[in-house]
Design a protein around this ligand. Structure first.
Ligand code: UDP
Ligand code: MG
Length: 323
């Protein structure tokens, strides 16, 4: 068991007035049970982050914060989206807590997995990922698109945890390291694995939303997926370049083919030069775009100014500090 065990639950909320009453009741119960089991300290907190809601969400949160010692509230100046709201919450609490757990306000993430997450923290893990054990409760469409997305990400070489969304435990240390990732487009499930450290997985069954509706319509889901890909991988640019090489190679085959046709005399005048030019120019153009893209990709990654490494341990004698 570790000594540092002040847990802050961070929960982004956007138009969640229908959910918050139930959520708060369940979470208070959970926190009390965790405190009783001595898994977390009694100054742990539930922090709701209001992401510029248009309904009564903030009124409800501030009510809770007044009524319950365990509850705190953060309100953003306007709607900035789930990922930013989450990050805002994590950064704001990072000075006060030892452990953070992020989860959705709709209780789709099973709060009973929290016990195991905290236990894994006490075993020395700095990150514990909540992973869905199945997607039985998802619609066929959501299931196939989501799994397709994870597969594409893997193919593009992005290190993400399969079937893990944003239900995760991070130690204070990890959140502090995350603050050094200066990118504007936030895709947390890609960033956390980059931080590294000892980590583990907890499986849970994802529930249906009890009240209110999903704030992730198809349009937002697609743009989120695209964001994830373009923020972490320059492989699409390489694909353009590869395509250019392939087409240019084909143009040489076309050159040979049209020359043969030309000398066999079964072509219309001008066909050979025309067809070869089309292939060669098309291929060269794609290749050139790919090369330019390669530099743009580099620049893009440079502008993120991500940390190049993170030191986990530095073994030295105490005396070394005196020199
Ligand atoms: N959310 C947010 N800002 C937004 C959209 C959503 O803070 O602009 C929150 C929302 O209140 C919820 C979580 O993000 O706590 C996940 O949203 P939702 O449950 O609608 O997504 P789904 O589970 O359908 O993917
Ligand atoms: Mg949800």
């Amino acid at each position: 068991m570790r000594d540092n065990k002040k847990l802050y639950l961070v929960i982004p909320c956007y138009n969640e007035e229908e959910m918050l009453g139930i959520t708060n009741e369940k979470l208070l119960e959970k926190m009390k049970s965790l405190i009783e089991q001595k898994l977390i300290s009694n100054d742990s907190r539930i922090v709701y982050v209001n992401d510029g809601s248009k309904d009564k969400t903030w009124e409800i949160i501030s009510g809770f914060a007044k009524e319950y010692e365990l509850v705190q509230g953060i309100s953003l100046s306007r709607n900035k989206g789930h990922q930013n709201a989450l990050l805002a919450g994590l950064y704001t609490v990072s000075d006060y807590c030892d452990i953070t757990i992020s989860m959705d306000a709709d209780l789709q993430d099973d709060i009973n997995a929290i016990d195991e997450m905290v236990k894994k923290y006490h075993e020395g893990n700095e990150v514990v990922y909540g992973v869905r054990s199945s997607r039985k409760k998802d619609t066929f469409f959501k299931r196939t698109t989501a799994q397709g997305f994870y597969k594409i990400m893997k193919m593009l070489g992005v290190d993400i945890v399969y079937n893990h969304a944003d239900f995760r435990l991070m130690s204070k240390r990890v959140v502090k390291e995350l603050m050094n990732f200066r990118e504007y487009n936030v895709f947390l499930r890609g960033m956390v694995p980059l931080v590294g450290f000892k980590n583990d997985i907890v499986y849970y069954e994802r529930n249906e939303r009890i009240a209110g509706e999903s704030k992730y319509p198809l349009k937002k889901m697609l743009s989120f997926a695209l964001d994830g890909i373009t923020s972490f991988s320059v492989k699409p640019i390489r694909m353009v370049m590869a395509l250019g090489v392939i087409i240019f190679t084909l143009s040489i085959a076309m050159l040979i083919y049209s020359l043969i046709s030309h000398f066999l005399g079964n072509t219309v005048l001008g066909w050979s030069s025309l067809i070869v030019s089309i292939w060669a120019i098309g291929g060269l153009e794609l290749l050139a775009i790919g090369i330019v893209g390669e530099y743009i990709g580099k620049m893009y990654m440079e502008t993120k100014a991500r940390p190049k490494f993170i030191v986990e341990t530095y073994l030295k004698d105490d005396e070394d500090d005196n020199n």
